[in-house]
Design a binder for this molecule. Structure first.
Ligand code: AHR
Length: 318
C-alpha cells in the first residue's frame, strides 16, 4: 500500500479522531490478555477511537471483523493473524477501499507486499534461538547428565497451535540454534507436539508425553509460559521435580512463570513483549500522516533465567 494515498479527510487533524479497527485472536493466554490491554489503553492515551473485535480463536471471525471495519470505513485496520495464510482476499478488499493495514504481533504470508503497510511485533525466530542458547549454556554449566544414562539430553517440545508464524518460527529458531551449537550431539528432540497456548493444553500434552517418556525427558521447551505452567502440574503429578528432573524453558515472560522460577519449578523464560499498544498507535498516526515507516519494527524484549526472577518479578507488568 502507498501510505500517502490512503485515508480520507485527514483523520487525526482538528476535531476528526482517527478510528482504528483491531481484530484480536481471542483470549488465548495471559500474554494475549496483556497484549489486548496494552492496545486498548494505548488507543485511549493516543486519542484514537478503537473498534476492537475478539475473534475467539477463529480465522473466519477475523476475516468477518476486517470486512466490517471496511464497511464502517475506519481510517486504519490492525490485526494479529491467528494463522499465517489465507489473508490475501480480505486484504485486497481493504486495499481497494484505501484503508491501510498494520500487522501486529504475528506475521502472515502473501506474495503481494502491497497488501499491508508494515508489521510490528516480536522476532519469534530469535525467541526460539535464545531459548536453546540459554538451555545449552545451562546444561553445560551445571554439568547435567541425561537421566536415562544415555549420551544425549532428551528434549520435549510443546508448541502452540499449528499454522501460525510464531509457532513455526520459535520452532525453527530453537532447532537452528541446536544445529549450530558445538554441543549439538548432546541433544535430541525426542517428542514435539502442538497444543493450545493454554495451561490446560500444556498439562494434557505433558501428561501424555510422560506416559511414554517419564524416565527419558530431561528438558521441556514450552512455546509459551501458560503451557509450561500446565506442564509443571503434570510433571509433579508424575512424581518428578519440574525445574530439576526436567529443566524448563518457555516463552512470554509472564508474572506467573517468574513466580514458578522463584519457587524452583521452572528455569528460564524468553520474553516476547506484548506491550505493543503504544508503538502501534505511534505507527498508525505516522502512516495516516503519510510518513514513511519501516516495513518491520520489533519491540524490545529480554531473556530471564531463574536467578534474576526475584528481582525482575517486581517490574513485571503482566
Ligand atoms: O503470538 C504470541 C503468542 O501468542 C504468545 O506466545 C502466546 O502466549 C500467545 O497467545
Amino acid at each position: 500500500q502507498d501510505a500517502s494515498k490512503v485515508g480520507s479527510a485527514e483523520p487525526g487533524s482538528g476535531n476528526r479522531k482517527i478510528t482504528m479497527g483491531y481484530s484480536q485472536i481471542g483470549a488465548q493466554s495471559t500474554w494475549r490478555a496483556a497484549h489486548t490491554a496494552s492496545i486498548k489503553q494505548a488507543a485511549e492515551d493516543a486519542g484514537i477511537e478503537l473498534q476492537f473485535s475478539n475473534a475467539e480463536l477463529k480465522q473466519e471471525n477475523q476475516i468477518r471483523a476486517i470486512r466490517s471495519f471496511i464497511a464502517q470505513k475506519v481510517d486504519i485496520i490492525a490485526f494479529s493473524p491467528i494463522v499465517a495464510t489465507g489473508w490475501d482476499e480480505v486484504l485486497k478488499e481493504a486495499k481497494a477501499a484505501k484503508i491501510p493495514v498494520i500487522i501486529v504481533d504475528r506475521d502472515l504470508q502473501t506474495n503481494d507486499d502491497s497488501l499491508y503497510i508494515m508489521r510490528i511485533g516480536t522476532d519469534s525466530v530469535r525467541e526460539g534461538r535464545e531459548a536453546f542458547r540459554w538451555l545449552d549454556g545451562y546444561m553445560q554449566e551445571k554439568g547435567k547428565k541425561p537421566r536415562d544414562g544415555g549420551a544425549k539430553f532428551n528434549i520435549a517440545e510443546i508448541k502452540g497451535p499449528a499454522g501460525s508464524s510464531v509457532v513455526e518460527r520459535r520452532d525453527t529458531g530453537f532447532r537452528d540454534a541446536m544445529t549450530a551449537s558445538p554441543n549439538k550431539d548432546a541433544y535430541e528432540i525426542l517428542v514435539a507436539q502442538n497444543s493450545t497456548f493454554q495451561k490446560d493444553g500444556g498439562k494434557q500434552v505433558m501428561t501424555e508425553m510422560l506416559k511414554n517418556y517419564k524416565d527419558k525427558i530431561d528438558i521441556l521447551f514450552a512455546q509459551n509460559d501458560d503451557m509450561a505452567l500446565g506442564a509443571i502440574e503434570a510433571i509433579e503429578a508424575a512424581g518428578l521435580k519440574p525445574g530439576q528432573d526436567i529443566v524448563i524453558v518457555s516463552c512470554d515472560g509472564t508474572r506467573a512463570i517468574f513466580q514458578a522460577m522463584i519457587d524452583g519449578k521452572s528455569n528460564c523464560t524468553v520474553e516476547g513483549n506484548p506491550l505493543q499498544g503504544p508503538l502501534l498507535m505511534e505507527m498508525a498516526k505516522k502512516v495516516l500522516a503519510g510518513e514513511k515507516v519501516e516495513r518491520t519494527v520489533f519491540v524490545k524484549d529480554s531473556v530471564y533465567p531463574a536467578e534474576i526472577a526475584p528481582m525482575a518479578i517486581q517490574e513485571r507488568k503482566y
